[in-house]
Design a protein around this ligand. Structure first.
Ligand code: PSV
Ligand code: MN
Length: 439
């Protein structure tokens, strides 16, 4: 416990008072914008307070690995004051949540974040107002001293002992997760092949399923298991869990606790992701999301930075399901990005805001009118209804929701004014050889 006390007492934090003080600078303008937007929405019979409430209740988890600077296979350019371990990562995650108040859960990746003491980790997270989201296993890298290599796969490996090792790792992730209050395991494997003929497609999937059945058997009754697909990378010819269809079939094979996870960067370019989302909702297998944005592949750019309309259309499906009262509709939302050229805290805070923005905008869609336009085959009106919601500037709603929760009206400005990164640079001198993981 000594460690926790030190971390808590001596480290720089952005205080609630500082945020409130900074907010004063823009409160007046925000009030004007909010009033105007309230009037505008009233004309469409939308009660602004109801939408603010929706924004306040919305949560998206942040990935522990996202607060470290990411990189490519060519290089990584570390920023200053990078977190050097799980506690410092949590500190940064807590800072993001302080600013935006919609990211109170953190998703851990094992073994990157394996705690020495679970009790200490729990009390530290609690002291920072954080909870733990889904656990992520890692069988796409070899760890120091590991007996069997994952060079040729893990859960689908041709060798039984390698599969066993990967199964046990996943079960260990569940065990750690149980102790920290997580309720989901996300399984992403990099398994696949680089050459035609390198693997037997059918046998690899059979091996994968057999391994997953064992992991599934260890999933607690109140947990969910998420299968994350990805069409290429690290394998460049074929991936074992390459698309949502394969993911869906595996989730069905495994049972009712298994669901599909949609990472926005894991599809071929131009794929209609919102339609995939709708399909998974319809067949009750949508588990959750890894939000990010991309132009070419799994770019892991900031959510909403390249294709905000696509993000909106995805939320349009989600909100449609929410309002339609679909049974057990409870997708888990998380960011999964790589911040290679920005301060990760700024990127994650901004991305969280963009996610809430898309969610709020989707709530502005006039669904009755849309259904009517669809019935009449009036495509122009249907698109206009969606565009009207998408082009509504809901920034004032988002800012008011954040401020009421104690967060910042302008998260990036407050963060910069606080000098947080410079303070962390003093507290966290760079360590040779540290890596937050090249994600
Ligand atoms: C793989 O590209 C992925 O999206 C998976 O979610 C991993 O767990 C994560 O990125 C981190 O590498
Ligand atoms: Mn992902």
């Amino acid at each position: 416990m000594v460690l926790t006390k030190n971390i808590m007492s001596t480290k720089f934090e952005i205080s609630d008072d500082f945020i409130a003080e900074q907010n004063k600078k823009c409160e007046e303008f925000l009030a004007e914008d909010f009033e105007y937007l309230a009037k505008k929405l009233k004309r469409k019979n939308i009660e602004i307070e109801k939408i603010v409430g929706k924004a306040q209740n919305f949560q998206v988890a942040v990935p522990s690995w996202g607060v470290g600077t990411g990189g490519t296979r060519f290089a990584r350019f570390p920023g200053v004051g990078e977190p050097r371990g799980v506690y410092e990562k949590l500190e940064d995650c807590a800072t993001i949540n302080k600013l935006v108040r919609s990211t109170s859960a953190v998703s851990l990746h094992i073994p990157w974040d394996k705690p020495e003491s679970v009790d200490e980790l729990n009390s530290f997270a609690k002291s920072k107002g954080l909870k733990f989201d889904a656990m992520n296993s890692n069988t796409f890298q070899d760890q120091l001293g590991q007996k069997h290599s994952y060079k040729f796969g893990s859960l689908s490996h041709a060798d039984q002992d390698t599969r066993r090792q990967a199964i046990e790792h996943n079960i260990e992730c569940i065990e750690i997760g149980r102790q920290i209050g997580s309720q989901a395991l996300t399984v992403w494997v990099g398994d696949g092949s680089n050459f035609a003929g390198q693997t037997n497609f059918r046998r690899a999937l059979e091996n994968y399923l057999e391994s997953m059945r064992e992991i599934y058997a260890a999933i607690p009754a109140d947990w969910r298991m998420f299968i994350e697909h990805k069409f290429y990378e690290p394998a460049f010819y074929s991936s074992v869990i390459n698309d949502w269809g394969t993911s869906y079939i595996c989730a069905r094979e495994l049972g009712e606790k298994a669901f599909c996870l949609v990472d926005l960067g894991h599809h071929a370019p131009n794929v209609n992701i919102e339609q995939i989302v709708s399909r998974l909702i319809q067949f009750e297998k949508l588990g959750g999301f890894h939000f990010n944005d991309s132009k070419y592949g799994d770019d892991d750019l900031d959510a909403g930075s390249i294709k905000p309309f696509q993000l909106f259309l995805i939320f349009n499906e989600l909100v449609d399901a929410e309002l339609g009262g679909l049974p057990d509709f409870n997708p888990s939302y998380m960011l999964d990005q790589s911040h290679n050229v920005t301060d990760p805290i700024e990127s994650l805070a901004t991305s969280a805001v963009e996610i809430v923005r898309a969610f709020v905008q989707a709530h502005l869609v006039d669904r009755e009118k849309l259904t009517e336009a669809q019935r009449k085959g009036d495509a122009i009106t249907a698109l206009a209804i969606l565009k009207e919601a998408f082009t509504t500037d809901v920034s004032a709603i988002l800012a008011v929701a954040r401020e009421r929760g104690g967060g910042a009206i302008d998260p990036v400005a407050v963060y910069r004014a606080s000098g947080y990164r410079a303070e962390k640079a003093k507290e966290r001198p760079a360590q040779i050889g540290i890596s937050a993981g090249i994600i």
